[in-house]
Design a protein around this ligand. Structure first.
Ligand SMILES: NC(=O)c1ccc[n+]([C@@H]2O[C@H](COP(=O)([O-])OP(=O)(O)OC[C@H]3O[C@@H](n4cnc5c(N)ncnc54)[C@H](OP(=O)(O)O)[C@@H]3O)[C@@H](O)[C@H]2O)c1
Length: 297
């Protein structure tokens, strides 16, 4: 019974996080919105980082009304544009005295081939590089805010792809599923590398698979896949259930001494061997820095 409860995300905790600041990307819908709602109810200041300010405003209103927490703000962030990421980080570094919990949640899945403003393949660019740059730009602030946590939304789909060091932007051939897998594998490898660099700082890192969740993520799926998802829908999670592992990693006191690991159904989980490859994690780190034109040892 307990396992079934956990599988559907019915974990519960009364942990409060009053006085903490939480920054969540892609918080206007799906898992991000439900994560923001829950953490607002626990008393934190919530920064909702969204690309569409109309959608963000509607979600902010809903969360304030529901949580009775007025300390919920929206800020513009488009992860497919490094200029927008830099502008966003500048605002946060200027306005906020702390960020205790960063949740790199925004994501895009199996879209047709396209490129970000800076010429990166869209899924790798948004899901991995965008969050890599954002974390880099907020790194000092987060370290000053310790104890702090960084949560990277990955997926069991990390097993669908490999890190193609010689064709990271899928220019020689694009497979939407493999490109999504590559970006989600990158999220886990990034978490491992980040955890190593943060040892002893009081900042810990978690990679999360939220489950198969009913959200807008499937917007680019073709019709047969959409039909298949409708058939299996009774066995999938609602967005509230899908948010539970992110919330668990954000607030559970016992996790303060764990870092760089992978979680699913509110528990530590196993990931593929490729996702535990520290040599590849280091190569990915170096390539990401090179692509973004940054130095981050
Ligand atoms: N749903 C699942 O079954 C599932 C399974 C495994 C992992 N995940 C992961 O969970 C995370 C949340 O996904 P979800 O299911 O909640 O999907 P969702 O409902 O589609 O929400 C994704 C969020 O990301 C935002 N976003 C997309 N591109 C962006 C960009 N360029 N800049 C800023 N924000 C952007 C979206 O904004 P707009 O509303 O403006 O588009 C939206 O707020 C993703 O990282 C996903 O890979 C989900």
């Amino acid at each position: 019974m307990n396992t079934i409860r956990k599988l559907f995300g019915q974990w519960s905790s009364t942990e409060r996080i009053d006085g903490k600041t939480v920054l969540i990307t892609g918080a206007n819908t799906g898992i991000g919105k439900e994560t923001a709602r829950d953490l607002a109810k626990r008393g934190a200041r919530i920064i909702m980082a969204c690309r569409d300010m109309g959608k963000a405003e509607a979600a902010q209103k809903e969360i304030i009304e529901d949580s009775k927490n007025q300390n919920v703000v929206i800020r513009k962030l488009d992860l497919s544009d490094t200029k927008s990421i830099k502008e966003f980080a500048e605002v946060i570094n200027k306005e906020e005295k702390q960020v205790n919990i960063l949740i790199n949640n925004a994501g895009i899945m199996m879209c047709p081939f396209s490129k970000t403003v800076d010429g990166f393949e869209m899924q790798f660019g948004v899901n991995h590089l965008g969050h890599f740059l954002l974390t880099h730009l907020l790194f000092d602030l987060i370290k000053r805010s310790a104890p702090a946590r960084i949560i990277n939304l990955s997926s069991m789909a990390h097993s669908w792809g490999t890190i193609k060091l010689d064709d990271i932007n899928s220019e020689k051939g694009y497979d939407d599923r493999k490109a999504y897998g590559q970006s989600k594998l990158a999220n886990i490898l990034f978490s491992r590398s980040l955890a190593k660099r943060l040892q002893g700082t009081g900042v810990t890192v978690y990679a999360v698979h939220p489950g198969i969740v009913q959200t807008e993520l499937g917007r680019h799926l073709n019709t047969p896949l959409k039909v298949a998802f409708t058939i299996v829908k009774p066995f999938t999670k609602t967005a509230v259930q899908g948010a539970q592992t992110s919330i668990y990693c954000a607030v559970t006191p016992e996790l303060a001494n764990e870092s760089g690991l992978y979680y699913s159904d509110c528990a530590q989980a196993s990931c593929t061997r490729a996702a535990r490859d520290d040599e590849m994690a280091q190569k990915l780190w170096e390539l990401s820095c090179q692509m973004l034109g940054i130095t981050w040892e």
